[in-house]
Design a protein around this ligand. Structure first.
Ligand code: NAP
Ligand code: GLV
Length: 297
C-alpha cells in the first residue's frame, strides 16, 4: 500500500521534506511516493494533495481515499479526471486556525487604527494626528462563513474586544465596520463580494478577503474603493495566483496585498491528519473531514 504526495506550491521541496519526516514518525510503514514518480501505480491507494495537475487521477486506478492538504477543496473538485466514487477529506484546522485568526486580527487592527490613512499621510510627509480612531468595542466585525477558521478568527477578535457577528445562509448583519470573507468557494459563494454587497455596508467599511479570489468581483471592489464606499482592503487571495504584475490591485493605495499566506498548511499537522486518516481507512472506519461533493466543501 502506498500514498502519493503532491503539492502545487512547494517550489523548493521544503514542505515535502517536513511532511515526509513528520509522516515517517507517525506512520513509519507507509510508503510515500511523490508525483510524477508513481512506481507501480496499482499500489497507490491514498493521495495527499494540494493543487494537483490535471492528469494525476487518471493514472491512479486503485485510489480509495483522497486527502486534501488544504481547508478549501474548490480546485480539487474542478479536476476533470477526479474519480466520482472516491471520498475526499479536507483539513479541519490543520494548524491554520491560529495563523488565520492572527491575519484577520491584523487586518481589523489595521482598519480600526486607520493605518491606511496614516500610510497615505506618510507618503506626503504629513504629521496627521486627527484620524479620530474609534475604539475596538465600537468596531463591529462581520465574518462571512461560520466554519472552523471563521470561528477561530471570531474568538480571537472577541478576546481583543471587538463585537463580532458571523454570517450564515439565514443570518446576515450588514451594520459593520470590517467585513471578513472566510467562505468556501462554491457556485453559491462565487462573486459574493460585489457592488450590491458593498453598497449594503456602511460607507467607509473595510474588507478582508482571506478565502478565495473568485469570491471577489475585482472591478466592483476597485470602484467601491475609488468612491469611498469601501475604505481599505486587505487581500490574501486572487483569481489568478501569483497576482499578475499588470493587475490594478498591486498599485491601488487602499489595497494591501499578501501572497496567499494568511494561513499556511502546517506540514506536521497535516502529516498527522493523513496518518490518522490512513489508519482509519485501513481499519475500515471513516477519516475526519469528509467533503460533501454536493455542497462543494
Ligand atoms: P468550513 O469549516 O467548511 O466553513 C465554511 C463555512 O461557510 C460554514 O460555516 C458554512 O456554513 C459557510 N457557508 C458555506 N456556504 C455558504 C453560503 N452560501 N452562505 C453562507 N455561508 C456559507 O471552512 P474553513 O475550514 O473555515 O475554511 C474556509 C475557507 O477558507 C476555505 O474553504 C478556503 O477557501 C479558505 N482558506 C484560505 C486560506 C488562506 O491562507 N488564505 C487558508 C485556509 C483556508 P454551514 O455551517 O451551514 O455549512
Ligand atoms: C488554503 O488556501 C486552504 O484552503 O487550505
Amino acid at each position: 500500500v502506498a500514498l502519493l504526495f503532491y503539492s502545487g506550491t512547494d517550489r523548493n521541496g521544503t514542505f515535502e521534506a517536513s511532511f515526509r519526516s513528520a509522516l515517517k514518525k507517525v506512520a513509519p510503514s507507509l510508503e510515500v511516493r511523490t508525483w510524477p514518480e508513481l512506481g507501480d501505480a496499482n499500489d497507490i491507494r491514498f493521495a495527499a494533495l494540494w493543487l494537483p495537475p490535471e492528469n494525476l487521477f487518471s493514472k491512479l486506478p486503485n485510489l480509495t481515499h483522497i486527502f486534501a492538504l488544504s481547508a478549501g477543496v474548490d480546485k480539487l473538485l474542478q479536476a476533470s479526471d477526479l474519480p466520482q466514487d472516491v471520498p475526499i477529506y479536507r483539513l479541519l484546522d490543520g494548524g491554520m486556525a491560529t495563523p488565520m485568526s492572527e491575519y484577520v486580527l491584523l487586518g481589523v487592527l489595521q482598519a480600526q487604527r486607520q493605518l491606511q490613512v496614516l500610510a497615505e499621510a506618510q507618503q506626503q510627509k504629513l504629521w496627521k494626528r486627527d484620524t479620530d480612531e474609534p475604539q475596538a468595542k465600537d468596531w463591529h466585525v462581520g465574518i462571512l462563513g461560520a466554519g472552523v477558521l471563521a470561528q477561530a478568527a471570531a474568538q480571537r477578535l472577541v478576546a481583543n474586544g471587538y463585537p463580532v457577528s458571523t454570517w450564515s445562509r439565514s443570518h446576515k448583519n450588514t451594520a459593520l465596520n470590517t467585513l471578513v470573507c472566510l467562505l468556501p468557494l462554491t457556485p453559491n459563494t462565487a462573486n459574493i463580494l460585489n457592488s450590491r454587497l458593498f453598497d449594503q455596508l456602511p460607507t467607509g467599511a473595510s474588507l478582508i478577503n482571506a478565502a478565495r479570489g473568485e469570491h471577489c468581483v475585482d472591478d466592483d471592489l476597485i470602484a467601491a474603493l475609488d468612491r469611498g464606499q469601501i475604505s481599505s482592503a486587505l487581500l490574501d487571495v486572487f483569481r489568478e495566483e501569483p497576482l499578475p504584475a499588470e493587475h490594478l490591485f498591486w498599485s491601488h493605495p487602499k489595497i494591501t496585498i499578501t501572497p496567499h499566506i494568511a494561513a499556511p498548511t502546517s506540514a506536521d499537522v497535516s502529516a498527522r491528519y493523513v496518518a490518522e486518516g490512513v489508519a482509519n481507512a485501513l481499519a475500515g472506519t471513516q477519516p475526519a473531514g469528509l467533503v460533501n461533493r454536493h455542497s462543494g466543501y
